[in-house]
Design a protein around this ligand. Structure first.
Ligand code: 5AD
Ligand code: FES
Length: 349
């Protein structure tokens, strides 16, 4: 697909034409990754963060957030629950929390690998190469790190560097790939200041990074953040600013499926937050093949408030599991078995 075609799809509002896009994406999904929807149990292991991202509710200087870090026993109890639920993967996610030490995490990964057949996905932010290598060595399979936007100026604005050290998520993704991780990345859709040209470049970047997983969701305004307070000052000119809508999210998911047909693409919680009733299903019908039911213990869920009114805050792990299975069946798809490795990189265990 050419850049002009990508831009054209992003800008069209013609429902009849969009129907063609949805169908093309659904067909590409069926041919390349099949009818199975894989479940990844999401465990939010810490909400501490050293960053001050302009969009995120977990930013270090949001003092309204009560902070937590789960201990190894709490995490292992949830991991065993993931196995009992039939999940193939546990995703451990956190803020950029250097209190999660490299050695401690490596020990935890080894323990999960010894005690369970689960694939282990990490989503712990930007970390030293040394830590990443140790985690891979310990058996971690995949790493998720969204590059958020391919527009460097916009990225630097909303993602302030740490003590003069420029953040390089694209560089880290390349290192992760060299280390043998399956890599996942993605962007937020409708960040104030994000133009259609930017979003087209994001989609081209999915292709050039050869991503195994592509996670995209709408930007949702959080009132206790810089962007939440001053969003209006940063919008791109009218006609150029990408709206942070549900419809735009489906377009990006569908285009991601068409440019990276073999990738795993989740139907995200941010999308479900925008449309509680049908967001997950529509995401799965327009390119998606993955869902990430929440495994985080009830007492921590509300504290992991990246954005407000997040879906699944009040549900238990068991409720999320039944809810997801119901939604998958309701659209005539099947719950995946096994680890659900990316088809272009599938390895023997
Ligand atoms: N709205 C939507 N998504 C957000 N994220 C962070 N803050 C927000 C927000 N306000 C996304 C980022 C991050 C992922 C874990 O959550 O893309 O990488
Ligand atoms: Fe959590 Fe539906 S997946 S309530």
């Amino acid at each position: 697909m050419t850049r002009a075609e990508i831009l054209d799809w992003l800008k069209t509002e013609d429902e009849n034409r969009l129907e063609e896009l949805w169908q093309a994406a659904d067909e590409a999904r069926r041919q390349n990754v099949g009818e199975e929807v894989h479940l990844r149990g999401l465990l939010e292991i810490s909400n501490l963060c050293r960053r001050k991202c302009w969009y995120c509710g977990l930013r270090e200087d949001n003092f309204a957030v009560e902070r937590y870090r789960m201990n190894q026993e709490e995490i292992m109890a949830c991991v065993h629950q993931a196995v009992a639920f039939g999940y193939g993967t546990v995703v451990m996610q956190s803020g950029e929390d250097l209190g999660i030490k490299g050695g401690w995490m490596a020990g935890l990964i080894r323990r999960i690998k010894q005690e369970t057949p689960l694939a282990v996905t990490l989503s712990l932010g930007e970390r030293d190469l040394k830590d990443l290598a140790a985690w891979r060595e310990a058996g971690a399979d995949r790493y998720l790190l969204r590059f958020e936007t391919s527009n460097r100026t916009l990225y630097d604005r909303i993602h302030p560097p740490l003590s003069g050290q420029r953040s390089d998520r694209i560089g880290q993704l390349r290192h992760l790939k060299e280390l043998g991780f399956e890599i996942g990345s993605g962007v937020m859709i409708g960040i104030p200041g994000q133009s259609y040209e930017d979003l087209a470049s994001d989609i081209e970047m999915f292709r050039s990074l050869d991503l195994d997983m592509i996670g995209v969701g709408p930007y949702i305004l959080h009132p206790d953040t810089t962007l939440g307070r001053f969003a209006k000052a940063f919008y791109a000119s009218p006609g150029e600013q990408v709206p942070n809508t549900e419809a735009m999210t489906y377009k990006v998911m569908a285009l991601a499926r068409l440019v990276c047909p073999q990738a795993n693409i989740p139907s995200t919680t941010a999308l479900a937050t925008m449309n509680l009733e049908k967001g997950r299903e529509l995401g799965l019908m327009r390119g998606g093949n993955i869902v990430m039911p929440n495994l985080t213990p009830q007492k921590y869920r509300a504290m992991y408030e990246i954005y407000p009114a997040k879906a699944c805050i009040d549900e238990t792990a068991d409720q999320c599991r039944s809810c997801m299975a119901g939604r998958i069946h309701s659209i005539g798809r099947v719950v995946g078995s096994g680890r659900g490795d990316a088809p272009n990189r599938a390895r023997a265990v």
